[in-house]
Design a binder for this molecule. Sequence first.
Ligand code: FPP
Ligand code: MG
Ligand code: MG
Length: 324
Amino acid sequence: MTQIVDETFQASVTERLAVIEERLVTEAVADSSFVTEAATHIINAGGKRFRPLLVILGSAFGNDVDEQALTKAALVVELTHVASLYHDDVMDDADIRRGVVSANRRWDNSIAVMVGDFLFARASSTVASLGTDYVKLQADTFARLVQGQIAETRGPQAGDDPLEHYLQVVSDKTGSLIATAAVFGGMVSGADSSVLQALHDFGEEIGTVFQLSDDIIDITSTVTGKTPGTDLREGVLTLPTLMLRRSTDPADDQLKALVASDLSGDEALAKALEGLRAHPVIGQARAEVQRRADRARGFLAPLPEGPAKDALLAVCDDLVTRSA
Ligand code: FPP
Ligand code: MG
Ligand code: MG
């Protein structure tokens, strides 16, 4: 997804990503051909491999890269991510993932949950071979992923500010694993603690940007490989809809009521999508994404200049401008 300008560096990134890609499929091979098929289903559907890319880019800021540890760390974050998607599609009752039928739809919820567990078990086995520091970070990250999902499912409780609640959910369910990907990159190259901190802060912020832009795309795009308006249909409020709810302009009352209504029917959902797409909250939400991307750039300031830093800056630009 991200264009890297330095050709030699690009070649090394591509080569490492290819190794990771091959190993991802191997890790999903199970004792039974059925489990292998179900576990490779979403892996083979492709994906941006954003978290492995961050491991690779993060590894440029240490002293010496341990290539085997780098591959393993990238596998751990991507397997954890894919595992979480199997579960997420059950929770969201999704039909499509990465342009293919979701596992919960192709088989059923039980199979999708168990296959997610299987992939998470594979990630756990791999992280064990990296050492306890990695295991601890992985376990803490897993706890944040789960807590983010639970908080999203329960919604804001009495006294919670809905927008603050949403941003905490986003940090936990997406920022946490992306931060860990960047930190793992630093760890496999023996980076010092100040570098690990910068990578963590950058990853957490860019992960939030990633999810916020994903949530905007859920409303704006028709070509994402997912069904548009999934969050809306499920009644999950995201940045644009939370901003709309805060509006006190009576002209917004009709759209606010529509968004808050039952959107399980195709016609109601299409109307809500149309109204939101034409509303200024989309521009306001994009401005917030831009502000946070700038904040992420700021966390990179102490890191040495070079092609890896340029690539991380390019990631920030891409997330602000992406439309699918
Ligand atoms: C996608 O959000 C979901 C996540 C980023 C996290 C999901 C985490 C879990 C299910 C808990 C962890 C489970 C394991 C096995 C590691 P979304 O629904 O907003 O995004 P989408 O549009 O891609 O569906
Ligand atoms: Mg989902
Ligand atoms: Mg979800």
